[in-house]
Design a protein around this ligand. Structure first.
Ligand code: SF4
Length: 317
């Protein structure tokens, strides 16, 4: 990505590496109207259990995969030519999942930070599993309101990661009242030497559906959001602060938007349901099935690539 692209970058997924096309053994589909999933990445959620219980979380229920079952699934998907990525909830709370991150050759993991705060040497096990960047939830002005994890705990976890040589990525959800504070959030990271901040749009989905809808960014707010992050990207060189943005802010006229849900990835939850993206994990939104170690998706089921479907579904007024 060149500098001009970076200044306006808005994408649904920044963690993927270019997918090398690999030969895929074709398997017969047992269901009419379905086909073997043609994309290249499968995001597995090892668990939806979390100790933070954030009020704005997109998840509603809790289940987990057995770590050995997870390892077998990864090996199986890789043998079919898929790239596997692990995400969602708090998988690092179970050290038995670390070997799965290593097997998936994954360089990034997310956490609310409590496991690192409670057991700082654990950061070296995380590093040994190959993790180079650790995204830690830190919601600034909304954090106390939403999360059981105290801000000072998350802050300590960020500095433990940074001191261990892991990139600390500040993961922040943006709501309508605090858009104009984004420059302060960025300078907060720079002052502390945290090299990355990633913004996610507040999505009125899952548990967040019970929260005040006044928190939702409207179309003008989202345009303003893109203006602000472009200014901040101008202000801070990328090697000082890398500012990334979840696709959940939608296209809003930005030239570099691309939703990769369905086209490039699907999400497999611990209860073995298949969804187009994290924000669409809801009964009735399944886009495929998991059967005998294979994922089959509905023929003709697509998501618009030029905007965020989840935004249209959950954040419209
Ligand atoms: S639907 Fe929205 S949140 Fe989901 S992957 Fe696409 S852009 Fe991202």
């Amino acid at each position: 990505m060149d500098r001009a692209q970076y200044l306006t970058a808005a994408t649904s997924w920044t963690h993927h590496t270019p997918f090398a096309e690999q030969p895929r053994t074709r398997v017969p589909c047992p269901y009419e109207g379905y086909e073997q999933y043609p994309g290249w990445q499968i995001i597995i959620m090892p668990t939806t259990v979390c100790n933070a219980g954030c009020k704005h979380c997109y998840l509603r229920n809790s289940s987990s995969l057995d770590p050995d079952q997870l390892m077998e699934m990864i090996k199986n998907f890789q043998s079919q030519g898929y790239n596997v990525y692990l995400n969602g909830s708090e998988p690092l709370a179970n050290p038995d999942y670390l070997k799965a991150f290593k097997l998936a050759d994954q360089k990034i993991a997310m956490t609310n930070g409590e496991i690192i705060y409670e057991n700082p040497p654990y950061i070296y096990q995380i590093a040994d599993a190959g993790i180079k960047t650790l995204g830690i939830s830190y919601h600034f002005d909304m954090h106390k309101e939403w999360s059981k994890i105290p801000l000072r705990l998350a802050e300590t976890a960020l500095s433990i990661a940074q001191n261990a040589g892991i990139n600390a990525r500040v993961m922040t959800t943006i709501t309508k009242p605090f858009i104009e504070k984004i420059p302060q959030y960025c300078s907060w990271c720079v002052e502390r030497g945290y090299p990355e901040i990633r913004f996610t749009n507040f999505m009125s989905q899952g548990r967040a559906q019970t929260l005040d809808r006044q928190l939702i960014l409207d179309a003008d707010d989202r345009k303003r959001y893109y203006e602000i992050i472009s200014e901040q990207r101008e202000k801070y060189p990328i090697d000082v602060l890398r500012i990334s943005s979840c696709g959940s802010f939608g296209a809003c006229g930005t030239p570099n938007f691309s939703c990769m849900a369905m086209r490039d990835f699907v999400v497999l939850t611990p209860d073995l349901k298949v969804y187009p993206c994290f924000f669409q994990i809801e009964k009735g939104m399944e886009c495929g099935v998991y059967e005998n170690g294979h994922i089959f998706t509905k023929i003709g089921y697509t998501q618009p690539q030029n905007d965020c479907s989840a935004l249209r579904l959950y954040n419209t007024f």
